[in-house]
Design a protein around this ligand. Structure first.
Ligand code: APR
Length: 233
């Protein structure tokens, strides 16, 4: 049966009130990536990085899933084959909408990681340089998110999903960050039909068989309704 692999980016959570990165007033227009999203930035000023992620953790805690997240959860429940979401997002909104088969390739705001012993535990809402590791008690706690220059999580498993998928969709991503920006080629190489659902054309729009432009809360439910009524055509 048709396996559907879905890549999501910040655009799917935009209508839930969570900022995207590269739109006007996006997060990268307010903060320098090298200051808050690199290991070097964390080494230089860990308190600044903790403030950045604690603020995003609090914002995510107040956000609720939107119609796009809910449509993908319904697709997972009603589709006869496997539906897997590979998300670049660190927010919990796919799971909050009911999706179960979700891979966070850039980690999650909900996770904490000890840079000394690699222990992982549920992050406190406010993490600071005084947050000790529950396992080794070192003062080397960091958000369990993947920074620029670090290796994304679950890449082997993601590669298998892309090879096996008959349908690949990218939703709400500008296609400017690797390796996610190349997933459409990997899926197409494995024989998948590919569709982009985005507010506006992205850097990778030309790589897709089909493109549907508009706000995710409109185009994603429409796409899911079409899939559930006529199949992957
Ligand atoms: N509905 C659908 N798409 C939207 C909406 C919306 N309401 N609002 C914005 N978009 C689209 C934009 O057109 C853009 O193509 O979402 C995309 C957001 O792009 P980015 O801000 O670059 O976010 P993303 O692609 O997820 O970034 C990838 O870069 O900085 C790193 O780790 C970070 O995971 C992030 C990665």
């Amino acid at each position: 049966m048709t396996k559907i692999a879905i890549l999501t980016g910040a655009g799917i959570s935009a209508e839930s009130g969570l900022g995207t990165f590269r739109d006007a007033k996006g997060l990268w227009s307010q903060h320098r990536i090298e200051d808050v999203a690199t290991p070097e930035g964390f080494a230089r000023d860990p308190a600044r990085v903790h403030r950045f992620y604690s603020a995003r953790r609090q914002q995510a805690a107040r956000a609720t899933p939107n119609a796009a997240h809910r449509a993908l959860a319904e697709l997972e429940q009603r589709w006869p084959g496997e539906v897997v979401i590979v998300t670049q997002n660190v927010d919990p909104l796919h799971e909050a909408a009911g999706s179960r088969n979700v891979l966070h390739m850039h980690g999650t705001l909900a996770g904490a990681l000890c840079a000394a012993c690699d222990h992982r535990w549920p992050a406190p809402q406010e993490m600071t340089t005084d947050t000790t590791c529950p396992a080794c008690h070192a003062l080397r706690s960091r958000p369990d998110v993947v920074w620029f220059g670090e290796v994304p999580y679950h890449l082997d498993e993601i590669g298998d999903h892309l090879t096996e998928a008959s349908l690949f969709a990218a939703i709400g991503t500008s296609g400017q960050v690797q390796p996610a920006a190349s997933f459409v080629q990997e899926a197409a190489y494995g024989g998948a039909r590919t569709v982009e659902l985005n507010l506006a054309p992205s850097d990778i729009s030309d790589a897709f068989d089909e493109r549907r432009f508009g706000p995710a809360t409109e185009v994603v439910p429409d796409w899911v309704r079409a899939l559930l009524s006529h199949g992957p055509e």
